[in-house]
Design a protein around this ligand. Structure first.
Ligand code: NAD
Length: 295
């Protein structure tokens, strides 16, 4: 199979990442099917794709897209709550929560429904591709395709092969990433790959320095921006990523490596258990809300 044969792309999970990925894929001219567990979540995702902070309407307002193009792009996106509708998809991108057993269960179900030649790509932030591929028969057609947040803006896609991923699957995924306007870079399989292992150490370190009273949340964010020119500080970044996602990643990398350096900080766990998940829907807010800090 060649990347030109990929016509219809399926996305599982319409959350922070899923809706952004759908937007990029539809904008690149592909038919897209987006599946999540409820109609309400799917409708919210469509609203964000059209009118959210990184949505298509913003491009129309900036004169980078016509109203007709926006309508054509939206019309390429179909939604469903049934995996059965993935039957005719050529390439599936999974973007459901960072929980090993959940992802494996869903991949095993998809393996029975999807056509045998369909490729499965996981947007996991750091669960080993070998681990997730163990849930499917098509191990040669299984690959890590790690996007960044916000998906319509960030240029990198970190591509991770499992030991059994075929060259064909790798090449198709690289070519598709380019079609989506992204820059694919390969990293080896291992907990957190490169980007997540790197960024999670930095996020956890910022929380630990806050916990021992070295500086406050806003002060740490401001110092990172003013000293290093970062576009946002670590606490702002965690609010954007989703605190539950940061927590699940830390827990996974720590469990795999047993290196204390990666262990999830207590304060992070406390916020997640209290429903402070960052900016995502159904969240009480993020770090600034929990500690009642003015931005
Ligand atoms: P999220 O919580 O915002 O969204 C997950 C979505 O999956 C939700 O809409 C949920 O309803 C849906 N879902 C849950 N179970 C499902 C099921 N069985 N079938 C279909 N849909 C289901 O999470 P997210 O931030 O979009 O993260 C998704 C994946 O992307 C995770 O693996 C995460 O580690 C990874 N990731 C996240 C970021 C980030 O910045 N948030 C960046 C890169 C990669």
């Amino acid at each position: 199979m060649k990347h030109e044969s990929i016509k219809k792309i399926g996305i599982v999970g319409a959350g922070v990442m899923g809706h952004g990925i759908v937007q990029v894929v539809a904008r690149s001219g592909y038919e897209v099917l987006l599946v999540d567990i409820s109609e309400e979540i799917l409708k919210k995702a469509l609203e964000l794709i059209e009118s959210g902070p990184f949505g298509l309407r913003r491009l129309v307002e900036k004169g980078k897209m016509s109203e007709e193009e926006l309508k054509a792009c939206m019309s390429r996106i179909k939604i469903s709550t049934s995996y059965n509708d993935f039957k005719d998809c050529d390439f599936i991108i999974e973007a459901i929560p960072e929980i090993v057993e959940l992802k494996k269960k869903v991949f095993s179900q998809l393996d029975k429904i999807c056509k045998p030649e369909a490729i499965f790509a996981t947007n996991t932030s750091g669960i080993m591709v070998s681990e997730l591929a163990s849930a499917v028969e098509r191990k040669d057609k299984f690959i890590g395709m790690h996007w960044f947040n916000p998906a319509p803006v960030m240029r990198l896609i970190e591509i991770v092969r499992g030991p059994l991923t075929s060259d064909e699957t790798f090449e198709i995924t690289v070519e598709l990433s380019k079609k989506f306007g992204k820059i694919p870079i390969e990293a080896k399989d291992g907990p957190g790959f490169f980007t997540t292992r790197f960024i999670n150490s930095w996020l956890a370190e910022a929380i630990r320095l806050f916990e021992i009273g070295i500086a406050g949340i806003k002060e740490i964010d401001d110092m990172c921006k003013l000293a290093f020119g970062f576009p946002m500080g670590p606490f702002e970044l965690m609010d954007l990523i989703g605190l539950d996602t940061v927590y699940h990643i830390a827990e996974y990398i720590y469990n795999e490596t047993k290196d204390e350096h990666y262990s999830p900080p207590i304060t992070l766990k406390k916020l997640v258990l209290s429903g402070y998940l960052g900016k995502k829907p159904n969240s009480r807010g993020g770090w600034y809300d929990y500690y009642k800090i003015k931005k």
